[in-house]
Write a protein that binds this ligand. Structure first.
Ligand code: B12
Length: 147
């Protein structure tokens, strides 16, 4: 079973994006823990340890992602797990080109960085690729967990 922990980091209260992501990931057969909005780094890591998460998906919309994510990778490294780290949403403030934003968050230790135009299917395809899952495998997860 492939377990994904999802949430909105910091004081950010934008809930629509992660709700859509949760639904898409669940429909694709992933086991999803949605921590909701205003989630601290510590809450992400504790939840991910609890379920032995394969991936943590961080969302940020309100323009404070850099401050909120500083030290996140280090915190994960100090934990008992080694999940993939994805971040997405509206990550930059102002007109910064996305290539620069991506570079910033890659340097923070995120494996993939997604912009606000991301279709949930892109994230699902990336997870399958990075976790070396076939579509069939995640469908199988869904069948097992729903039976
Ligand atoms: C609705 C909204 C609000 C609502 C939120 C209601 C709620 N509870 O959700 C309210 C009015 C409360 C609000 C408040 C604020 N907002 Co607002 N809000 C929006 C708005 C109009 C739409 C957001 C939305 O729901 N989009 C629809 C969903 C489906 O899209 P999404 O969230 O982008 O998510 C998709 C992708 O981004 C991606 N994705 C998201 N996260 C992740 C994570 C991963 C890992 C992956 C793979 C993909 C992914 O997949 C999602 C599904 O396709 C946007 C502008 C916009 N058009 O985006 C501004 C916007 C996000 N808000 C903004 C701001 C500034 C604020 C406030 C700070 C304003 C203020 N001064 O008070 C506050 C912050 C409050 C807080 N503590 O969070 C700015 C952020 C600017 C920035 N980043 O530089 C925006 C961009 C508006 C703007 N152009 O200035 N907001």
């Amino acid at each position: 079973m492939t377990h994904v922990v999802l949430g909105v980091i910091g004081s950010d209260a934008h809930v629509v994006g992660i709700t859509i992501l949760e639904q898409a990931l669940t429909a694709a057969g992933f086991e999803v823990t949605n921590l909701g909005v205003q989630t601290s780094q510590e809450e992400f890591v504790t939840a991910a340890e609890d379920v032995d998460a394969d991936a943590i998906l961080v969302s940020s919309l309100y323009g404070h992602a850099e401050q909120d994510c500083r030290g996140f990778k280090q915190r994960v490294e100090e934990s008992t797990i080694d999940p993939l780290l994805y971040i997405g949403g509206n990550l930059s403030v102002g007109q910064e080109p996305f290539v620069e934003t991506r570079e910033t968050f890659r340097n923070f230790g995120f494996d993939r960085v997604f912009d606000s135009e991301t279709d949930p299917e892109d994230a699902i395809a990336a997870l399958r690729e990075d976790l070396s899952m076939s579509e069939h495998q995640s469908d199988t997860c869904r069948k097992i967990s729903s039976s």
